[in-house]
Ligand binder design. Sequence first.
Ligand code: OAD
Length: 440
Amino acid sequence: MSLDNNKSENKYCKCIHKNVNYNKVNITLYDNEKITLVNCELCQEGTKQLNLNNAVICLCGSMFCIDHIKQHSKDNVDQHNVVAYFGRDHNDRFHCLKCENNVQIVDKDIVDINDLIDAYEMFYNTSLPRQLDQSNRVILDQVNVDGIVKYIQSGQCKNIVVLTGAGVSVASGIPDYRSPKTGLYNNLQQFKLPYPEAICDIDYIKIHPELFYTLAKGIFPGQFKPTPVHYFIKLLSDKGLLLRDYTQNIDTLERIAGVPESKLVEAHGSFNGAYCTVCQHRYSDISIIKQHIDSSTIPYCTVGECIGKSSLLLPNIVFYGDSLPPIFNRCLLQDFGVNNNTTPKCDLLIVIGTSLKVNPIASMINFAQHVPRLLINNEAVGCPSTHPSDYTVVSNGFNFNNQQQYNDVHISDDCQKAVKDLIEKLNWTNEFNNLINKSI
Ligand code: OAD
């Protein structure tokens, strides 16, 4: 089914994520629910403000107004063809960019959509300036590393959330993305990309898979070993102190270090499996891709109707334009969610080796304002920005200068060194060394 092809309709029917014009696009959601969501690229009128009763979360990660879907779906009752994507630059409020009519077609009972709404509700609330709830706050004796060490040793701290990025794997030989000289995005001239992030953009990869696969050869798991930071996270887990390890990294080094799967959220996916971009068939064994990477050829799907066709296979990585895995939303709710005035489970957040430039991960630090937050990074990141176009930096981010209001500590150093120092202060050095020796 397609929408009318007259001009006024056309402009609402280009999918910014799937690069499809005007026709229906069936995006398979997790749990095998099907819904058609095509993002509206050009819709820029109107300012209806979203509230959480009328907000709907597109599984591509965008937020939009329910009325808006209804309006544009009225001729396509079985498909939700058009949504507006949320405006992120209006004082941290989301706006539906256009909405008028009401035709009830949206199935609010879609499996997991409630989880998603809840998760995004947290994003929504915390991205608004708000008073810190002083009564439920954990206060450090000293807002510095010694204060963090004392807190961990006190026994009060039992549910540590660790959030990591590419900086923790640099010592293993994998470059990060944004470091000025060595970062991946600054060393892609050979690929002649329109912009550096294109190498991680699903639409671009579908057109130029050879570029992604050239890159993938250099970073494919098997060539790299976990670093002290990875073993520190494993040690926290062994000590029963790790609530969750959210990693943006796709290198699987947390798994190799032995962080249990139940504690791990690979928020940007990993090389731990593959899928067909056409029929969505899942391959649990990544070797289907590995063989092609080794021979510098492109892997295509080998099942069903895709046999003999150029149906591209990709590893289970979350590219720009993809949704985050459902486990991310579920764990976010479990670890930071609040029901009936309970305090969130997380009682210490440790952020290591990330620029906090990519949402929704970057906004996670908002949820831990009530507890001490430790940043281990060679530059200060995640601080509220005054720059209007910088929407990735969260409004309630780190504040290393206001010790009365915030328990934020920054160790500005190489993360491997900083973690070893921290382990020493915690008197965990022997156990740490044993752990590493056992793993070699
Ligand atoms: P970035 O490269 O954006 O940030 C890495 C951060 O770690 C920077 O702040 C570095 O200064 C810091 N760093 C690097 N080496 C360090 C070291 N040895 N000690 C301390 N700090 C160090 O990487 P991410 O934040 O992980 O997404 O990037 C987030 C996402 O952007 C990635 O997952 C990827 C990328 O586009 C997708 O591809 C979807």
